[in-house]
Design a protein around this ligand. Structure first.
Ligand code: COA
Length: 171
């Protein structure tokens, strides 16, 4: 037996709230990064970071962040941690989160958006290219985090640096 039905699902993009943070672990998938979620949410509360979520049916199904401090001297906002819960991918939520975070950066008087994408992440790179980001360099900068079990993990992946001017277009 098989039944099909279609429904519309409104999605809201808004700043993250404290009660989103445990939900953003996505039933264990993001739990190793708990420390980062908590630290970034705290930074969003002091204005150092923009933390946006895409909410559907009272659940945060996507997120994006912009660090306003890291590239302050270069006059750029640093976009990071864009992700969409897998069953909700390829529906346009990632692109809308990007547009929303660009607008929020522009609203702070910052005219350039910059991000890093792992060279192996071709789908994300494609998305950023569609959104008018251009490769401006490359780097491999190791970074570490501690899992809730106290294990320290180090990520050491070659990445493209991509930039977009927010003066016209997206923002
Ligand atoms: C990258 C990511 C955030 C994109 O979000 P999304 O909601 O699926 O993206 P959208 O639906 O807005 O856009 C899809 C576009 O992005 C690309 N894309 C990225 N991920 C894709 C996927 N899993 N399936 C298909 N297309 C994907 C395609 O170019 C696609 O373009 P098209 O719609 O014209 O075919 C999402 O795939 C994700 O969470 N991936 C894992 C985390 C990650 O890699 N984040 C980026 C770190 S730099």
């Amino acid at each position: 037996m098989r039944q099909e039905f279609v429904f519309t699902l409104p999605v809201t993009i808004r700043p993250a709230q404290a009660n989103d943070i445990p939900k953003l672990e996505w039933f264990g998938m993001i739990t190793p990064y708990r420390e980062i979620l908590q630290k970034d949410f705290a930074a969003s509360q002091t204005g150092q970071l923009i933390y946006l979520v895409a909410e559907a049916n009272h659940f945060p199904v996507g997120q994006v962040e912009a660090d306003l401090v890291r590239l302050q001297d270069a006059g750029a906002g640093y976009i990071m941690a864009l992700r969409v819960l897998p069953p909700f991918q390829n529906l346009g939520i990632g692109a809308r989160l990007m547009t929303a975070v660009e607008q929020a950066i522009f609203h702070q008087g910052i005219l350039t958006a910059q991000l890093n994408v792992e060279k192996s992440n071709h789908l994300a790179q494609q998305l950023y290219e569609k959104l008018d980001y251009q490769i401006t360099g490359e780097e491999t900068t190791p970074w570490s985090y501690a899992t809730p079990e106290g294990e320290v993990k180090t990520v050491n992946e070659p990445e493209w640096i991509m930039q977009k001017s927010l003066k016209k277009g997206g923002a």
